[in-house]
Every structure is written in structure tokens, then in C-alpha cells.
Write a new protein. Structure first.
Length: 249
């Protein structure tokens, strides 16, 4: 009986974690270049699989617990819709790949191509991080009219000066999310040359979050939460009745 109580409680906590992921997706549904997250749920039978193989054998038939938990979050890298903005510094990527940016002397990666020019004349992201070129150098665009073409070339006063640093990864799902639509390579995947990426000048890639899907997921999660609440109430009621009956004898 108590196993059912623990399983329901764990289920409720897992739903809360999943709801936080869904809420973050909804909040960023209009953030350029944002990539949706999916909460990966795993049953405790799988969580403790390694434990069962060890010397301290996990006995699922007698041990308290059960249910499931959120084991990780998975980033979906499907392309968002591309919309024309007419802004010369807006750039979208069609296909795989990322822009390379400098965040505190560390290379990070983003799909958000809403760029601007800072006080030092550098091309920066909307959060002020310098955009890097193909040689991993900050891009100085001071002193002229700036354009970016379909090949990612940065053109100042009709003269090509450098090229945007656009890279891909052997396994982009191994990248770590760092906030502000940034990703960091923790060494679990190899940086490779972007082969199938097209640059769309004066355009932005929208978030790939689909609001109807996220709202449906949220409603399903709420129903699962309510069902687990009902299980806990039933177990509590049954336990109280059993205590009263045994105690009365």
C-alpha cells in the first residue's frame, strides 16, 4: 500500500518538473532561435537498473518507492519558421548549424541571429556577446554600411571583410544549454564544418515551439497530477480506516 503512496508522490514531483519545462517553452515561444525542450521521463525500474546489478541488490518487490522521475531534458533542433525583417543585421540559418559567439572568452553557440553593433563597433548578439568570424575573431563593423549576404560574408561599404563563424556538431544534442538561447560544447561532441546550412539575410528564425502542442502537453500533465492526487487521497483514506479498525479491536 505504501508503495502506491510513494509512487504517486514521485509521479506528482515528476509532473511538476515537466510542467516547468513546458512553461519555459511557452514563455519562449516568441524568442528568436529558441529551441524547445522535452522532459524525458524514466521509470524507477530503469533508474535503479545499475543498482540491481551491484552488490547491494535493489529489491523492487519490497523496497519503497516506484513511479517515475525526470531523468534529463532533450533539446529539439527542428528549424523554426523564417521571417523577413528587412533589418540588415538580422540573419537566419536554414538547416543545421550555429553562429559562434564569444561569452567571457569562451566560445558558445546560438541560432538567434538578431545582431547589432555595440559601442566598440563590434557585431554582437542581442545580449551583447561578440559574434565570431570563421577565424574565431570578433567582427569589427565600424566605419561603414554593413550588410551580410547569403554566404555569410560580412560586407562593409560593398567590400567583403570577413565571414560569419557558422559551425555544426556531430551530435548537437550533446550540447549544454546555457540560457539566452546559447549552447556550450562540454567536449561530448565534435565541432564540424557546417555543410548543409543556408544563410538567410535580413531574416530571423522564430522559436520552434508549437503552442498547441505545449498547451496539450500541459493539460495532460495536469490530469496526471490530479490522478496521482486521487491515489494519495485513496491510500490515505484506506490507511486511516485500517488504523481505526485495528486500533478498535
Amino acid at each position: 500500500m505504501l508503495q502506491g503512496l510513494y509512487a504517486a508522490a514521485n509521479g506528482m514531483m515528476a509532473v511538476e518538473d515537466r510542467q516547468a519545462v513546458i512553461a519555459n517553452n511557452i514563455a519562449n515561444s516568441v524568442t528568436p532561435g529558441f529551441k524547445r525542450q522535452v522532459a524525458v521521463q524514466k521509470g524507477f525500474d530503469l533508474v535503479f537498473e545499475g543498482t540491481r546489478k551491484g552488490t547491494n541488490h535493489f529489491k523492487g518487490m519490497v523496497a519503497p518507492g516506484g513511479g517515475l522521475k525526470i531523468s534529463e531534458t532533450f533539446s529539439g533542433f527542428e528549424n523554426g519558421m523564417i521571417s523577413s525583417t528587412g533589418n540588415a543585421l538580422d540573419v537566419a540559418l536554414i538547416g543545421p548549424g550555429f553562429f559562434k559567439v564569444d561569452v567571457g572568452d569562451q566560445a558558445m553557440y546560438t541560432r538567434a541571429g538578431r545582431f547589432s553593433i555595440d559601442q566598440a563597433g563590434l557585431l554582437v548578439t542581442q545580449h551583447g556577446y561578440p559574434v565570431l568570424d570563421a577565424n574565431d575573431e570578433a567582427i569589427d563593423v565600424s566605419g561603414g554600411i554593413v550588410k551580410i549576404d547569403e554566404s555569410g560574408n560580412v560586407i562593409i561599404d560593398d567590400i567583403p571583410t570577413t565571414q560569419l563563424g557558422i559551425v555544426d556538431f556531430s551530435d548537437p544534442h550533446a550540447l549544454s544549454r546555457e540560457g539566452y538561447s546559447l549552447f556550450r560544447n562540454t567536449g561530448l561532441t565534435a565541432e564540424i564544418e557546417s555543410q548543409d546550412t543556408t544563410v538567410a539575410p535580413q531574416s530571423l528564425e522564430s522559436s520552434n515551439v508549437q503552442l498547441p502542442v505545449e498547451m496539450t502537453n500541459m493539460m495532460m500533465a495536469l490530469r496526471a497530477y490530479a490522478a496521482n492526487q486521487q491515489v494519495i487521497s485513496s491510500v490515505s483514506e484506506t490507511t486511516s480506516r485500517l488504523i481505526d479498525q485495528v486500533g478498535g479491536q
